[in-house]
Design a protein around this ligand. Structure first.
Ligand SMILES: [Zn+2]
Length: 133
């Protein structure tokens, strides 16, 4: 799926919600829709649909107060939060080369999977999944 700049700008600023059009497109997808947004490595992360805070920079992660749209929060070391325990339980490390291979293939057609990588040299990855159903 190709997103236009205004959608990316929406994600970047979280000043408005996803348009119905985007939600419709997500629902036509087969698995999670994946977007890589590396420019967010220093930004707080908000839910693109309701605007709730998900990740606050300079603060330890807390799952308290996460909105209902957040499906998971993970990084290269593992999963920090899963809304549904089965997401964690079904992960077979031997079957997937990387955690992102598993997460991006979750059969959640209304899901949006945001991958954020910090710049070189560390390329640390943060992974946030939303479900807009
Ligand atoms: Zn939300």
């Amino acid at each position: 799926m190709v997103y236009n700049n205004s959608f990316l700008e929406t994600i970047r600023t979280y000043s408005s919600y996803l348009s119905d059009n985007i939600i419709d497109n997500l629902e036509k997808g087969k698995n999670m829709t994946t977007v890589e947004l590396n420019s967010l490595a220093d930004s707080n992360i908000y839910c693109p649909k309701c605007g709730s805070l998900v990740l606050e920079r300079e603060q330890p992660f807390s799952s308290e107060g996460l909105c209902d749209h957040v499906l998971f929060v993970a990084h290269d070391i593992g999963m920090e939060y899963v809304k549904d325990k089965s997401i964690e339980e079904n992960y077979d490390e031997d079957k997937y080369e990387h955690l992102t291979d598993y997460l991006s293939n979750l059969d959640i057609t209304t899901g949006l999977f945001i991958q954020i990588y910090t710049p070189a040299p560390n390329f640390f990855g943060e992974y946030i999944g939303f479900d807009f159903k």
